[in-house]
Design a protein around this ligand. Structure first.
Ligand SMILES: C[S@@+](CC[C@H](N)C(=O)[O-])C[C@H]1O[C@@H](n2cnc3c(N)ncnc32)[C@H](O)[C@@H]1O
Length: 488
């Protein structure tokens, strides 16, 4: 069997590092390429294979390793001459070893040429596509953006542009296996891409890497990637989700989830949730959970004070006419430490005509940091800011916080304590990770999660208090409550 790893390493040494990032030249190791090829059904007819952004040809080579007896005509697109210098000899070598294999190499810009061919209907319809597309932002006024728009593809990144064109180039029933960043699963920028993908294809498989640096470990790419399998124009059934720690795919856990667990019925944003295959709880909503924040009468906003817009009003220390200004660093290990004069950031904000509207009335709020670090065990860490914690009847809450409130006012104490405990539980963290692939904790993601009723949260809050509690203590409380609620 022909391994492409040595060729990949050789090409990697020849690539210019700036261009490598600009062109998204991160190549697939053989182990991942073989796993991807294995996600196709065994072909029964002649295969017309598309490999767009083919690099040195690792994915096409893996396809032929997986299905050596099939008749395969591959079309490999690669715009970089260095890559092409390796791609053509590699495909020649594959053809020598694999009797049913034919190929053509298109040394062109895939986005430009494929979009033009799709418009003029010259693009052949493919039965299979295997893909690791380049990852780079498409600028708003770029040629790529315009040409994609001309074929009805509105998207912000090369990878979604490649995949969107590939979807359009497939025959009915055509199968696509692609390794792409997980960022398309949520967020507003990829909404139109998700709509296209879910309208044109059924989602058959999602494979996640448990660690963000594993999929392309030779290139130190720190990005959460998923491998997906899509079938063009076929009815949607269950979705198989699997995961692996790294490139050892043997015996990795997998589970079939109803599509309603992946895209929630009625979700206009079409968020794609990726439950952990080991998470049986994801199959049903926890009996604790009653509805979204809105359903249970709570709201969330980002901290209203954007400090660089208010430098005239921010102050290092409290003085006459100022009120406290709270940054994320003011909570240390769950305990409020304000003011923090050792830190370079301000601790107070002057109440002025321009700042007044961004200040909140003093009250008991639940605060969640918007940016967790990769090292933190939990993505969500919630704190209770009690009305009596700070002097004054107004408070400035800086923009790196998410703030839970009711009509821009505080919550009652028990409700705030219960909400913070619920947010700090391992169960909530696991659910949150299903639909958030990044370390950012967005208010929009939290708005979509299911929460217990205010009554249940108050009961939890009475037991949990203001905290901070050890993780085990929070989780025990949550599971005790689940038993109570489940039996009720
Ligand atoms: C992420 S790499 C993947 C390479 C290969 N498929 C693999 O899995 O190893 C993406 C490839 O797309 C190529 N590429 C980037 N932009 C392109 C474009 N507009 N048209 C064609 N190829 C492009 C890059 O040179 C690079 O080889």
């Amino acid at each position: 069997m022909l391994s492409t790893d040595p060729i990949r390493h050789k090409a990697n040494q020849e690539l210019d590092s700036d261009r490598k990032a600009e062109w998204g030249q991160f190549m697939t190791p053989d182990a991942t390429a073989d796993f991807m090829a294995g996600l196709f059904d065994e072909p029964t007819d002649a295969v017309r294979l598309l490999d767009a952004g083919a690099g040195v040809g690792s994915l096409t080579a893996a396809f032929t390793r997986c299905f050596p007896a099939s008749s395969v005509t591959a079309e490999c697109w690669e715009a970089d001459p260095i890559m092409c210098g390796h791609l053509v000899p590699l495909l020649d070598a594959v053809a020598l070893r694999t009797p049913g294999f034919k190929f053509s190499v298109r040394k062109e810009d895939f986005i430009e040429a494929a979009a033009t061919e799709l418009i003029s209907r010259k693009m052949p319809r493919f039965t299979h596509a295997i893909q690791n597309p380049p990852y780079a932002k498409i600028k708003a006024q770029s040629k790529h953006r315009h040409i994609l728009r001309a074929v009805g593809v509105e998207t912000v990144n090369l990878y979604s542009g490649f995949l969107a064109l590939t979807i359009h180039a497939m025959a009915k029933g055509g199968q696509i296996v692609a390794i792409i960043p997980r960022s398309f699963c949520n967020g507003p920028y990829f909404k139109l891409f998700r709509a296209l993908l879910l309208r044109e294809c059924s989602l058959r498989r999602i494979h996640v890497f448990e660690s963000r640096n594993k999929a392309f470990k030779d290139d130190a790419v720190l990005q959460e990637n998923v491998i997906i399998r899509l079938d063009r124009g076929m009815p949607q059934g269950d979705v198989v989700v699997s995961s692996s720690a790294g490139l050892d795919f043997d015996g990795c856990p997998s589970r079939a989830f109803p599509f309603s667990c992946i895209v929630k019925p009625g979700d206009e944003d079409l968020f794609i949730h990726v439950p952990a295959p080991t998470d049986a709880a994801a199959l049903s909503f926890s009996p604790l959970c009653a509805g979204t924040l809105k359903d249970i009468g709570l709201e969330i906003c980002t901290g209203p004070v954007v400090d660089f817009r208010m430098t005239d009003d921010t102050r290092r220390e409290m003085e006459v006419g100022t009120v406290p200004l709270l940054y994320a660093h003011h909570f240390k290990k769950g305990v409020l430490s304000w003011p923090d004069l050792a830190h370079r950031k301000p601790n107070a904000i002057r109440v002025s005509a321009s700042s007044r509207r961004w200040l909140m009335p003093s009250g008991t709020y639940v605060l969640v940091k918007r940016f967790s670090s990769k090292e933190e065990r939990r993505r969500i860490t919630a704190y209770v800011l009690e009305s009596t914690d700070l002097p004054d009847d107004l408070v400035g809450i800086e923009n790196h916080w998410n703030v839970f409130h009711i009509g821009k006012h505080g919550l009652d104490f028990d409700l705030a304590c219960g909400l913070a405990a619920f947010l700090n539980s391992t169960a909530t963290d696991q659910v949150f990770r299903i639909f958030s692939g990044h370390t950012q904790v967005n208010a929009s993601d939290l708005r979509k999660m299911a929460f217990p009723t205010q009554e249940t949260l108050r009961a939890l809050g009475k037991k949990a208090g203001k905290g901070p509690l050890a993780q085990e203590a929070v989780d025990t409380l949550i599971s005790e409550m689940e038993i109570t609620c489940g039996n009720a």
